[in-house]
Design a protein around this ligand. Structure first.
Ligand code: UDP
Length: 238
């Protein structure tokens, strides 16, 4: 069997990925399936760090936060990501994956604080590290946290799980002519305003030459294919 294409990856999971077909929160069957896909790549010997979003619970810019002070709403959003991180850790434990949660906000009773060196050590020991609370700063997103943590832990790639199996020339749901890019440059993705990640995350990855792979978390086996370097989703390259 061929070797994985990467030794260390940063997987960005949106909060919505955990919802399954539900309207809100965490769907048990969905989270179990996602962590078993993560286990498949851990079993290949790949070091996996995860940045988890919070959109299935709370978003600082969502209607639920309307009228609120933005920073307060964003801190609530970050706390939502910590809840997801704890749920992920629990689901991983249930299938025999050893995972640690590190939070960018200090809430030490529930998660240890983010410490870069410790996170890297866990990864070297074969544990999954789940980063909660985004960057720890309001006005940012967990996409930006993924880019930042990916750079900090020297990940070779940021793998962004979405609902669509890659980046398209147009919205494939409304335009049947839309084509999937196999690869695209950062500059093209930014100038065409394609929905890969938000602009801050994209420019960070571009400047540090950290490739991004966009794939569908709803497609069984897709994560493993990306990790094996097979044609899956879209690669955004410097
Ligand atoms: N958030 C923040 N700073 C960060 C990361 C997240 O303030 O560094 C807040 C923000 O309110 C955001 C919410 O947390 O809306 C949930 O994160 P995000 O929307 O990125 O989650 P996802 O869309 O990936 O589920």
């Amino acid at each position: 069997m061929s070797a994985p294409a990467y030794k260390r990856i940063l997987l960005k999971l949106s909060g919505e990925a955990l919802m399954g077909d539900d309207a809100y929160g965490i769907n048990r069957a969905t989270i179990t399936r996602i962590v078993s896909e993560v286990k498949e790549v851990v079993d290949l010997g790949v070091q996996v760090a995860v940045v988890i979003g919070g959109g299935n619970i709370f978003r600082g810019v969502a209607p639920a936060a309307e009228g609120m002070d933005r920073a307060t709403a964003d801190y609530m959003g970050m706390l939502a990501t910590v809840m997801n991180a704890m749920a992920l850790q629990d689901a991983m434990k249930n299938i025999g994956l050893n995972a640690r949660v590190q939070s960018a906000l200090s809430i030490e009773q529930v998660a240890e604080p983010y410490i870069r060196g410790k996170a890297i050590r866990y990864l070297e020991e074969g544990r999954v590290v789940i980063f909660g609370a985004g960057t720890g700063n309001p006005f940012f997103t967990t996409d930006t946290a993924a880019a930042l943590r990916g750079m900090e832990i020297n990940a070779e790639i940021v793998i962004k799980a979405t609902k669509v199996d890659g980046v398209y020339t147009d919205d494939p749901k409304t335009n049947p002519e839309a084509m999937r890019y196999k690869t695209i440059s950062f500059d093209e993705a930014i100038s065409k305003n394609l929905k890969v990640m938000d602009a801050t995350a994209l420019t960070l990855c571009r400047d540090q030459k950290l490739p991004i792979s966009v794939f569908s978390i709803f497609k069984q086996g897709a994560l493993k294919k990306v990790v094996m370097g097979e044609d899956e989703g879209t690669m955004v390259l410097p």
